[in-house]
Design a protein around this ligand. Structure first.
Ligand SMILES: [Zn+2]
Length: 82
């Protein structure tokens, strides 16, 4: 896990200040990387200025779509609070 500049999820507005890569927990996100919100499971894309935007449905690769769809918050079962 890496700490990053605090930012809001464009889907649920939860504040995030840390990230964890899927296959490398210490990787820092770069422009074009996908992210799945820990709280609402929305898929976002990192922009060059460090902000995030909601990914359009046709931009989301199938593996990322599968991860988001099977994320606990995608079904309202998350115990996470924000
Ligand atoms: Zn969210």
């Amino acid at each position: 896990m890496r700490f990053v500049k605090a930012h809001s999820c464009p889907g649920c507005h939860a504040q995030h200040d840390a990230v964890s890569g899927w296959n490398n927990p210490d990787a820092m996100p770069k422009a074009g990387d996908f992210s799945i919100c820990l709280y609402c499971a929305i898929v976002t894309i990192y922009c060059a200025d460090g902000t995030m935007r909601v990914a359009a449905d046709d931009e989301i690769p199938d593996p990322v779509r599968l991860l988001a769809a099977t994320h606990p918050t995608a079904h309202g079962t998350s115990k996470l609070k924000h």
